[in-house]
Design a protein around this ligand. Structure first.
Ligand code: NAD
Length: 249
């Protein structure tokens, strides 16, 4: 890796990074030289990840503004100013729209969309003062292409794509780049119920031009790139990492 992709001297906060894509992105950023700060709402898995990676971690719920503001203040005091933020934490509450309880609609919008706004704004305040920042929002292929049974999630992830453009538009003058990654279907705890269904598994493999599910490692390189000087003139974009799925019908 050349200096162009180096994160040396940078502090990177990755939300929902006790497991899954967030954890792999955090490992990639650590390998690129960043001081990585982990976060999760689940203290048990977070403690295990902290011990395994030898990284600091903070328990907070990204959709709770008071918790977020106090955690960001503690991280900046205890670790240093946050240079890189990955808004990764996300959840599913699967159901057809016609049957979906309003609480499940609200919960998914609250965590996946409002959480990115709440953490993004809290962290951007320091980035604006320091005139430097890289924000990476994790959207999804479902932010652009939908499937039945996840209407709440698709609306939230579509919102993340436009939130990314709004953040990029309002914070660009402070030297803050804001971009999104749109992963395709990757094997994690979140997609376990889908991967365990042979029909769904076969469908993914037949639809994706690269003929396989994504691996969490497939997201690390692009996240490092979007956090590094290599992407200094990229902002407001969503980059799909989906094995080519978006390109074909
Ligand atoms: N796995 C996929 O196929 C896929 C595809 C597209 C997008 N994504 C997105 O990638 C991100 C990570 O997904 P994953 O598959 O690694 O999921 P995961 O369930 O394996 O990990 C998500 C982590 O976020 C944490 N979390 C949940 N709610 C939180 C909250 N309110 N505050 C803090 N932490 C919270 C969970 O405890 C968990 O550790 C999500 O935003 C997801 O929507 C995943």
């Amino acid at each position: 890796m050349t200096d162009m992709f180096s994160l040396k001297g940078r502090v990177a906060l990755v939300t929902g990074s006790a497991q899954g894509l967030g954890n792999t992105i955090a490992r990639g950023m650590k390998e690129a030289g960043a001081t990585v700060v982990l976060n999760d709402v689940n203290p048990k898995v977070l403690e295990a990840a902290m011990a395994e990676m030898g990284a600091p971690g903070y328990v907070f719920d990204i959709s709770n503004e008071a918790q977020v503001i106090s955690a960001v203040e503690r991280i900046e005091r205890e670790v240093g100013g946050i240079d890189i933020l990955v808004n990764n934490a996300g959840i599913h509450r699967r159901n057809m729209l016609i049957d979906m309880p309003v609480e499940d609609w609200r919960k998914v919008i609250d965590v996946n969309l409002s959480g990115a706004f709440i953490v993004g704004r809290a962290v951007a305040r320091g980035m604006i003062a320091r005139r430097y920042g890289k924000i990476i929002n994790i959207s999804s292929i479902n932010g652009a292409m939908v499937r039945p049974n996840i209407g709440n999630y698709c609306a939230a992830k579509g919102g993340v794509i436009t939130l990314t453009k709004s953040m990029a538009t309002e914070w660009g003058e402070y030297n803050i780049n804001v971009n999104a990654i749109g992963p395709g279907y990757c094997l994690t705890e979140l997609t376990k119920p889908l991967a365990e269904d042979p029909t769904f598994d076969a469908w993914v493999k037949s639809e994706v031009p690269l003929r396989r599910w994504g691996k969490p490692e497939d997201m690390a390189g692009i996240a490092v790139m979007l956090a590094s000087p290599a992407s200094d003139y990229i902002s407001g974009q969503t980059i799909y990492v989906d094995g080519g799925w978006q390109a074909c019908l």
